[in-house]
Design a protein around this ligand. Structure first.
Ligand SMILES: O=C[C@H](O)[C@H](O)COP(=O)(O)O
Ligand SMILES: C=C(OP(=O)(O)O)C(=O)O
Ligand SMILES: [Mn+2]
Length: 449
């Protein structure tokens, strides 16, 4: 059995990006509460996802991972969760149908509440005065409101993360098994403002073709279970050690540790130090895991991470989520893939075309250009095609609503529009139309791959 280090041992490694809690007794109480809370996901479900990601690793499936940059407690409403699920289902249908490839569906959902930040402090001008406060680190840590009280890290929030994740996952499970994700609903997912967009109309055509195919299948007596429900999985960045450690449990079937806070957890670009606490903790759990790899990653870094995180070289265990930026991927990615492939390392390669393409608009909003996002995905496909390897998936920040956070796309959102409906508390997300557009463009790339 793999022995999970204690929280104290992890903290001794000097983990990056952790909250500085003022009250250690309150931290201990929250951790104790979490340790006795029921699992959010089952180890067996994590194993099933690992099998699916193994198919991605072998080039037989494509992974679609998406959701908010940062979920919020206020965002745990039926409408919000349904809208995110709906756009992911629409995207998955487009990808599956247009490219005839199985799509592994993973939400950045039901646990994505903690944020690493590039600066510890945030300065704003309030009533003509510059005010500096601790940065917002996600609802898991402190409040978004720009007041000294709200920005104090509160460990009770970790229990709130658990409860919010449980409520979200409960609804997601009901939606995906209870009829909402039935393929006969393909038309009903295409509602309101999206339906009238160019991407929505294109989607409508795909949906009609699927309808005809389903009618045909039923006519010949085929109506398999797969038409009526989908497999959908939760994921988040494993960032706050107190939370992830408290949610790590020994599976009664296998006597192995699993982090039961989500099916898939990943290590962020800022916490992937080889001898760091996050790599250490995740090296002990048996879930399928990911690591974000930015442009400073050397091929040897990638190999060392794979050796530590997947010593058995098991397909499906490890996903590298690259986030180079549109301008860097074509040069930066090939050396990584070449070395990892030459060493026979089993890994699924996924493209995060968001985090290397963030910039600040003149209005001060963080944003991304839709064209940069597409260009990075195109670069990812081009590199894999040139090397004969499989572009395994995309990892995107998106929402099911009509927000104005990323510029460009078919609706030609301009920087001046950003203030109309900018709702993200961290990074800019693709809105529903932009997400659907992305899925059509990726489906085309996938068809060619
Ligand atoms: O998703 C996360 C952000 O990219 C990360 O929190 C950094 O954002 P920041 O540069 O605004 O801190
Ligand atoms: C912080 C994130 O990404 P990265 O670690 O790649 O910067 C994120 O996925 O929201
Ligand atoms: Mn983000």
């Amino acid at each position: 059995m793999s022995t999970v280090p204690t929280l104290e041992q992890l903290h001794a490694l000097g983990p990056a990006q952790q909250p500085s809690y003022p009250d250690s007794a309150a931290v201990a109480a929250a951790v104790q509460r979490l340790r006795t809370a029921p699992p959010l996901v089952f180890a067996g479900e994590c194993d099933e996802l690992k099998e699916k990601i193994a198919a991605v690793t072998r080039g037989e499936a494509f992974m679609l991972q998406g959701g908010d940059c940062a979920e919020t407690f206020d965002g745990v409403t039926a409408d919000n969760v349904r809208n995110k699920l709906r756009v992911l289902l629409q995207m998955a249908v487009v990808l599956t149908y247009a490219a005839s490839v199985p799509v592994v569906k993973v939400g950045r959902i039901a646990g994505q509440y903690a944020k690493p930040r590039s600066k510890d402090m945030e300065t704003r001008v309030v009533a003509g005065e510059e005010v500096t406060l601790p940065a917002y680190r996600g609802d898991a840590v402190n409040g978004y409101e720009f007041t000294p009280e709200a920005r104090i890290p509160d460990p009770q929030r970790l229990v709130d993360v658990y409860n919010s994740s449980a409520a979200t996952l409960n609804l997601v499970r009901a939606f995906v098994t209870g009829g909402y994700a039935d393929l006969r609903q393909v038309h009903t997912w295409n509602t309101d403002f999206v339906k009238s967009s160019a991407a929505g109309q294109r989607y409508e055509a795909v949906a009609s073709e699927i309808d005809r195919a389903l009618t045909f299948m039923r006519a010949i007596g085929a109506d398999p279970d797969e038409f009526h429900r989908v497999d959908f999985h939760s994921s988040h960045e494993a960032l706050v050690l107190e939370y992830e450690h408290a949610m790590t449990r020994i599976d009664s079937r296998t006597q192995q540790p699993y982090d039961v806070s989500g099916h898939f957890v990943w290590i962020g670009e800022r916490t992937r130090q080889l001898d760091g606490a996050h790599v250490e903790l995740l090296s002990h759990i048996k879930n399928p895991i990911g690591v974000k790899l930015g442009p400073t990653t050397s091929p040897d870094d990638a190999l060392a991470l794979a050796a530590k995180l997947n010593p058995q070289n098991e397909a499906g265990r490890l996903t590298f989520i690259t986030r180079f930026g549109a301008g860097k991927i074509r040069e930066g990615l090939p050396p990584l893939i070449e070395k990892v492939t030459a060493e026979g390392v089993q890994v699924a390669w996924i493209c995060d075309p968001m985090h290397g393409n963030t910039f600040e608009a003149s209005s001060g909003y963080k944003t991304r250009r839709f064209d940069d996002v597409i260009d990075e995905v195109q670069g990812f496909f081009d590199v894999h095609r040139a090397l004969g390897t499989w572009p395994g998936g995309v990892h995107v920040e998106l929402t099911g609503d009509d927000v104005t956070e990323c510029v460009g796309g078919g609706e030609e959102l301009a920087e001046i529009d950003l203030g109309n409906r900018y709702e993200s508390v961290c990074d800019p997300r693709l809105n529903r139309v932009q997400s659907l557009e992305l899925s059509f463009l990726v489906a085309e790339m996938l068809r060619k791959a």
